[in-house]
Design a protein around this ligand. Structure first.
Ligand code: PEP
Ligand code: MG
Length: 574
């Protein structure tokens, strides 16, 4: 039976393919058959995952500071006990063998059985232990997924797979990058959550906040994903299918035509040139950035190098990753953001006991409480600066002390390289992200100390409007056109210009075609966005004139009525 589901569109285009269902974000349990001769390997993959979580927990237990509350150790002990219980450590082995299924699925089946038993228990304390079981299973599942053995089902006949999940963490999405799904759809998530941001970078249609996709769609069912409209059509009839195939074909043709703009300078009709740079998560993304004519990397979210692994990358590994990007960009600027971990992107120590991670130990705050770890990255960045044009970008600044401490650590990293005689660019520029309203309002303290700025509108909107960017329940309140947001962005552009400090904008607003002219009119000259949007935005710039858009954009700054703002934006884009 054909039916449609509606969600929040995250990445445009049309995908037609077969549903592949996975369960909860941390419990990615794909189901596939394992051939009989591979069963022993699958069992040892499971055993290895359990062993690695056991040593992870044991290590964690050993590193709990003496000052930590006693429950910390108790909590880890409970998890170790659950992990060591045969019901979890042994029973899934039997399931793998009897059902000839993959380890993730066996673990999920066993977890469901255990949870059903817990639900029967009268004792509240014991019943509450079900959360611990889930958390332990999550750890094992993560370990399994980090294992190269994980493979989605193969569609040998060339059919496309569409991933249907309740939720995906940013780390999951990065991990799925290599598997070439035709589309991602999820039941929860906000439009600028990091998950959505990464999904967008894959340049495949994606939709979040579908609410019931996982319950209503069956494994292998044919579905159409319209990532532009935010609609999923399940089990389409032949007429609908033909219509969408045609639309998909037209969309592909448009993209092909856009490719011709790759080498053109992005200049307005009245001759103003703007920089269109790319946001990347991993070194491999450079290929796409260059294919789409990026004039530099405006944001390398370096924290993605730190996800999906139990051991952090050491200085050499980081250096190689940064150097690769710098060399592949052949002299074009590469702005590398120091790791913005915490909130919805690991590491676990920043998340575990925190009630409000977006306001907690995230980004530069996390770096500064662990200067040893931070200096490793700073040294790697400086070393890479010898091979091209590196700019260092500091995320989530709120106070001048954070800038001072970071500059001190950079000086310390430089001094240590000097002692070792390791070359680096002594002129390397250091900039800061303006993504907290306090930083936008007190911009002078940052323009005085930094070489450049970059406006992170994803967080700026989240913090200005007090709307969690990952929560679809408040996604309708997340509004780039809110007068407070527009006025903060305009204020930063104007103030930085006056102070002669270059300023870029690297949030999702930069790649939103409907906002290209508005931002141009407000004074933006450097956009950084996912590569997938570069050519669309370039085309829009080529069709715009500053003389026309500036007065309209400035008039929008004085408007507060949302309907009128929308109308004015439509006029600007007409
Ligand atoms: C932003 O906040 O706008 C930004 C670019 O950084 P991220 O999305 O990684 O938080
Ligand atoms: Mg941010």
């Amino acid at each position: 039976m054909t039916f449609a589901l509606h969600g929040i569109p995250v990445s445009g285009g049309i995908a037609i393919g077969h549903a592949h269902l996975i369960s909860h974000a941390q419990l990615e349990a794909a189901h596939y058959t394992v051939p009989a001769h591979q069963i022993p390997d699958e069992i040892s993959r499971f055993d290895n995952a359990v062993a690695s979580v056991r040593s992870e927990l044991t290590r964690l237990r050993g590193s709990v500071p003496l000052t930590a509350p006693a429950e910390f150790v108790g909590f880890i002990d409970v998890h170790l006990m659950i992990l060591n219980d045969g019901m979890l450590a042994l029973e899934p082995r039997n399931i793998i063998e009897n059902e000839q299924c993959n380890a993730e699925w066996a673990l999920k089946v066993q977890m469901d059985a255990l949870l059903a038993q817990f639900d029967q228990i009268e004792d509240t304390y014991l019943r509450e232990r079900r959360t611990d079981v889930i958390q332990v299973v999550e750890r094992v599942m993560k370990s399994l997924l980090g294992h190269p053995g994980y493979m989605p089902p193969q569609m040998g006949d060339g059919r496309k797979l569409i991933l249907v999940a309740r939720d995906l963490s940013p780390a999951d999405v990065v991990q799925f990058k290599q598997h070439h799904f035709a589309s991602f759809i999820t039941d929860v998530g906000g439009t600028t959550s990091h998950t959505a941001v990464v999904a967008r970078s894959l340049n495949i249609p994606s939709i979040v906040a579908l609410h019931q996709a996982r319950q209503l769609i069956r494994e292998n069912e044919l579905i159409i994903v319209d990532g532009t409209q935010g609609v999923v059509i399940v089990d389409p009839d032949s007429q609908t299918l033909a219509e969408y195939e045609l639309r998909q074909h037209q969309h592909d043709l448009e993209r092909l035509k856009l490719k011709r703009l790759r080498y053109m300078r992005a200049a307005t009709l009245d001759g103003l040139t703007v920089e269109l740079q790319a946001n990347i998560e991993l070194p491999d993304d450079v290929v796409q950035a260059k294919e789409n004519g990026a004039t530099g990397i405006g944001l390398f979210r370096s924290e993605f190098l730190f996800l999906n692994r139990s051991q952090l990358p050491d200085e050499d590994e980081q250096f190689e990753a940064y150097r690769r990007v710098v060399q592949e960009m052949e002299g074009l600027p590469v702005t590398i953001r120091t790791y913005d971990l915490g909130a919805d992107k690991g590491p676990e120590e920043a998340q575990r006991f925190v009630t409000n991670p977006a306001l907690g130990l995230r980004a530069i705050r996390l770096c500064l409480i662990e200067p040893q770890r931070f200096v490793i990255q700073l040294r790697a960045l400086l070393r890479a600066s010898h091979y091209g044009k590196v700019n260092i970008l500091i995320p989530m600044l709120a106070s001048v002390r954070e800038v001072e401490q970071t500059l001190q650590l950079i000086a310390q990293a430089k001094a240590s390289l000097d002692v070792e005689g390791v070359p680096y660019d002594s002129e390397v520029k250091v900039g800061g992200m303006i993504e907290i309203p306090a930083a936008a309002l007190a911009l002078g303290i940052f323009t005085r100390k930094l070489d450049f700025l970059s406006i992170g509108t994803n967080d700026l909107i989240q913090y200005t409007l007090a709307v969690d960017r990952t929560d679809d329940a408040v996604a309708h309140l997340y509004d780039p056109l809110h007068p407070a947001v527009l006025s903060l962005v305009a204020h930063v552009l104007k103030t930085a210009d006056k102070a002669k400090v270059p300023v870029a904008l690297c949030g999702e607003m930069a790649g939103d075609l409907t906002l290209t002219r508005l931002l141009l009119g407000l004074g933006l000259r450097q956009y950084s966005m996912h590569s997938a949007h570069l050519l669309d935005v370039k085309q829009r710039v080529l069709q715009s004139s500053l003389a026309h858009v500036k007065p309209l954009a400035l008039r929008m700054l004085r408007e507060s009525d949302p309907d009128r703002l929308r109308m004015m934006l439509d006029r600007l884009n007409a």
